[in-house]
Design a protein around this ligand. Structure first.
Ligand SMILES: Nc1ncnc2c1ncn2[C@@H]1O[C@H](COP(=O)(O)OP(=O)(O)OP(=O)(O)O)[C@@H](O)[C@H]1O
Ligand SMILES: CC(=O)N[C@H]1[C@@H]2OC[C@@H](O2)[C@@H](O)[C@@H]1O[C@H](C)C(=O)O
Length: 373
């Protein structure tokens, strides 16, 4: 019997900008057929509630606690995901019974790997009943129960993608996702898989733009492109203990704080934080067993020209190339949502989602909670 499943992945990442949704047909191993994808932006009001939720989440002691606005927000967030699914099914002429499973990430509101505590808002049972499709959710917890960092989880999917790299890309290859936080996956020429979070991605830039009432992000990196890097402030970030030592750990949004408004001009701040985003990846990559030759970049940060220019310049010092995932035959916007579809199928089959070399877990671990409609 074929193990091929049709899965939909749903990702609401640390940027809190909206829901990415993607269709994938896969066996959870090497067969991956990418389908259509879509993004649904949150309204400004909803994004403001998500940000407020981060404060309420600080008082969570048990994973199931939902203090303050969290309980109501979890329901509303889940219902928005149900709307995203309905719209997607309608747009592509699909029926619920044609989808085997939904991989539901939810919204991370608290991530404290040192306390083995990670909380993603998202009611899997409600989503299953609303969509009439089986749902796999809460995919990070089992990893943490087994000593893992609970993130990143995308490396299992990167491994599958690495089987279809364009001819001529020099290895070792590293997949980099520049979302709110950035993470990297090293695929060695011997097949070795190493992954970890690599630093602040866009989150500081986004917060800087908001601080200056210039919208929620630096579109195209246009503001940054007219500024210059303020060295001492960049170094303050790059000297953070996160980049030192041999133990890699996963990040929470609260691990890095936006500079004070008066520390730099708006344009120099945007440029400095774009540089920090790029340099953080290189600093983190210096802990890999071999120097990467190609970086394949996905996530919204690849659309920031300043991040990409700084990244390319720094990588060039190591004779490495930086390429947009879209130019390597992938979809840089949909990759995380695709990954959650892929991981859901792996979860259904009891296959590992994480490995000691990706999250630091004690052994390969599967995970996720299945709810039938
Ligand atoms: N056109 C653009 N120009 C510049 N930056 C952009 C553009 N589009 C998106 N971004 C940046 O990318 C961010 C969203 O990226 P993405 O959707 O990959 O993050 P995420 O999935 O929420 O985060 P994570 O991967 O950490 O979970 C936005 O907040 C913004 O900073
Ligand atoms: C706890 C959590 O939600 N972590 C996210 C975050 O956003 C990027 C980075 O930090 C990564 O570790 C992870 O998401 C990706 C999709 C992952 O788990 O692979």
């Amino acid at each position: 019997m074929s193990n091929l499943k049709r899965a939909i992945g749903l990702m609401s990442g640390t940027s809190m900008d909206g829901i990415d949704i993607a269709l994938l047909t896969t066996d959870g191993e090497n067969r991956v057929e990418r389908g259509p994808s879509h993004a649904m932006s949150y309204s400004d009001g909803f994004r403001a509630r998500l940000k407020a939720a981060l404060l309420d989440a600080r008082s969570i002691a048990e994973r199931a606690d939902r203090p303050g606005i969290l309980q109501r927000l979890e329901r509303d967030l889940t219902l928005l995901h149900a709307v995203a699914i309905q719209d997607f099914l309608h747009e592509y002429g699909l029926k619920p019974e044609e989808i085997d499973v939904i991989g539901f990430h939810g919204q991370t509101v608290l991530h404290r790997p040192q306390e083995a505590l990670t909380v993603q808002l998202g009611d899997g049972a409600l989503l299953a009943s609303e969509t009439r499709i089986p749902v796999i959710y809460d995919m990070r917890a089992e990893d943490m129960r087994n000593g893992g960092e609970g993130a990143p989880l995308i490396p299992a999917y990167h491994t599958a993608l690495s089987a279809n790299l364009p001819i001529g890309l020099e290895g070792p290859v590293v997949f980099v996702n520049i979302g709110g936080i950035s993470n990297l996956t090293y695929v060695g020429e011997d097949g070795a898989l190493i992954a970890y979070d690599s630093g602040p991605g866009n989150m500081l830039i986004d917060q800087w733009m908001e601080l200056h009432e210039q919208g929620s992000f630096d579109a195209g990196g246009a503001v940054a492109m007219s500024g210059h890097v303020v060295g001492n402030i960049a170094n303050r970030y790059l000297d953070h203990e996160f980049f030192k030592g041999n133990r890699r750990r996963s990040l929470d949004r609260g691990d890095f704080t936006v500079p004070a408004r008066e520390e730099m001009s708006m344009v120099n701040g945007a440029r400095t934080l774009a540089f920090v985003s790029a340099a953080a990846i290189l600093r983190s990559a210096s802990h890999l067993p071999a120097t990467p030759r190609t970086y394949i970049v996905s996530g919204g940060g690849r659309k920031n020209q300043a991040i990409m220019a700084e990244f390319s310049a720094l990588a060039q010092c190591d004779d490495a190339r930086v390429i947009d995932a879209d130019n390597a035959g992938f979809d840089g916007d949909a990759m995380e949502a695709e990954a959650w579809a892929y991981l859901a199928v792996r979860s259904l089959r009891g296959l590992p989602l994480t490995y000691p070399s990706t999250t630091g877990c004690d052994r390969s671990v599967s995970g996720g909670v299945l709810v039938a409609p």
